[in-house]
Design a protein around this ligand. Structure first.
Ligand code: 173
Length: 500
């Protein structure tokens, strides 16, 4: 039986302009003519592939089902007869060749000894575009660096002679068992850096009892990740709220039906920050030529990858929406991106089940404070109102965590667990699933040693008295330099001249 239309390469190639624009994605042909003005990433990029196979360009930026869900069924024209499509011989650029060389010469995984190492490797083995998108933060990237520095302003007060033969760093996060007091925080566009994308995280998390927070804008589709998980593997979901609330409702209810255990609503991104490393990448087109100076009106000049695909996010989101979220799901709701005690109190009073003290990895408001610093403001404010401790309201921190010792500091100061984003991302960009498993192993080794040396045998024994955080909110403190971090950190570059 076949009422599916089979199209040939030359037929598709006839529709290669604004008036009639067909493209091939994953072996299927779509008429995207009417969709052109609506494409969040602009028309120009689609027109570049008009009449051709766009799969390779489509894949890292969109989940597989983006095109099928966004285009009405009558625009799904049929399948392509692959034998009739002229193979595009892609020239391997010098950058790509260099990258492949680096990939072959990567340090072997057993020589990787800390989380910074993954970043050092990733920087060389992923494309410049991916590196720019992942590593960038907003404006002067002060907050990005402060996230790391803040941990250096907290010092340990270790206890001794406590028989630390056995130590246990496992815990419970929002009612779910976790082998680490760390969850994998949401990061977008994983296939920019590795062909398997975020599935590497799902599979590694499964093997090690770690919880992954699935990103709304992951390259892999939500269902692919849930399908890759074990039936009883806990997963969380990060949510960007769509201007069309029906879409959000469907997405959230689908996630709940598929067993997702908690909903983390991102509240610090009504507009995406200006990430200048990412934005500068836009100035260089795929052929390495300056693209945006040629006056083409539909290339959005000042956007990087993320901004181009984030136009659906609703900037009108407000406290008034919380009851609606409560009405559409029974999952615990956590607000991700709280940055003051005032908002922590409002969050508690709004009836949500938790907050993430976060500045979005330094990618949103620059010179916003680190989550760790916000934590020492939030805990006493909640405590004063009788809101802390409360087993039904959990507090998380993310941003800048590279060591188990960082995690121990946050927990001693009142956090339930911390989110780690970029390090796991860099781990899979560099070594796929094995990299993520190694990163988890590194955390384990560091937890064991640090908990022994700190005199805490369980997570419950991590108490505020084990840290001196008195310098945390003082922003001018001299401490020894964190050289690993400084050596990996790439300073912002200035404007580039056009080649003559
Ligand atoms: O930090 C980000 O890059 C991010 O949250 C995002 C938002 C929209 C699209 C892609 C990524």
């Amino acid at each position: 039986m076949s009422d599916i239309r089979v199209l040939s390469g030359p037929e598709v190639a006839e529709h290669a302009n604004r008036e009639s624009c067909w493209i091939i994605v994953h072996g299927k042909v779509y008429d995207v003519t009417e969709f052109l003005p609506e494409h969040p990433g602009g028309q120009a990029i689609i027109l570049k592939y008009a009449g051709k196979d766009a799969t390779e360009a489509y894949e890292p930026i969109h989940p597989p089902d983006a095109i099928t869900t966004n285009l009405p069924p009558d625009k799904h024209l049929g399948v392509i007869d692959a034998s009739t499509v002229a193979k595009v011989v892609k020239e391997v650029t010098a950058e790509e060749k260099q990258r492949q060389k680096y990939m072959e010469a990567r340090p072997s995984l057993d020589t990787i000894i800390n989380l910074h190492d993954f970043e050092t490797v990733a920087r060389k083995v992923i494309s410049e575009k991916a590196w720019a998108y992942y590593s960038s933060a907003s404006d002067d990237e002060i907050t990005l660096r402060e996230n790391r520095m803040a941990y250096q302003r907290v010092w340990f007060r270790p206890r001794i002679l406590r028989d630390v033969t056995s130590v246990d760093w496992s815990t419970t996060i929002l009612g779910q068992k976790s082998s680490l007091p760390v969850y994998i925080s949401a990061t977008a566009l994983g296939k920019l850096g590795h062909p398997e994308g975020e599935l590497c995280l799902t599979r590694a998390a499964q093997n090690h009892g770690v919880i992954q927070m699935i990103a709304t804008l992951a390259s892999c589709s939500f269902d692919e990740m849930v399908d890759a998980a074990k039936p009883d593997q806990p997963l969380f979901l990060q949510l960007y709220v769509n201007k069309d609330r029906e879409i959000t409702k469907k997405y959230v209810q689908h996630a709940e039906a598929r067993g997702v255990k908690a909903l983390f609503i991102t509240v610090d991104a009504p507009q995406l920050g200006r990430r200048e490393k990412d934005m500068r990448m836009k100035f260089v087109g795929e052929e390495g030529v300056a693209k945006v100076q040629d006056g083409q009106s539909d290339i959005k000049k000042d956007e990087g990858v993320a901004r181009a695909i984030s136009s659906f996010i609703d900037p009108s989101l407000s406290w008034k929406d919380i009851p609606w979220f409560r009405s559409i799901t029974k999952m615990p709701i956590i607000l991700k991106g709280i940055a003051t005690a005032e908002d922590a109190i409002l969050a508690y009073e709004s009836g949500v089940q938790g907050i993430v003290l976060s500045n979005h990895g330094g990618r949103q408001l620059d010179t916003a404070r680190s989550g760790l610093e916000v934590l020492v403001e939030v805990i006493p404010a909640l405590r004063a109102r009788g809101y802390f401790p409360n087993p039904n309201f959990e507090i998380f921190v993310d941003g800048g965590v590279r060591r188990a010792s960082d995690v121990l500091k946050a927990i001693a100061l009142g956090a339930t667990a911390v989110g780690v984003g970029r390090p796991f991302l860099y781990a899979f960009c560099s070594y796929g699933q094995d990299g993520v498993e190694k990163a988890i192993q590194i955390f384990r080794d560091e937890f064991e040693m640090n908990m022994r040396l700190l005199g805490a045998r369980t997570i419950d024994e991590l108490v505020p008295e084990m840290v001196d955080a008195s310098a945390l909110s003082s922003h001018v403190v001299l401490t020894p330099q964190d050289t690993l971090f400084h050596n990996t950190y790439v300073p912002l570059a200035g404007a580039t001249f056009q080649e003559s």
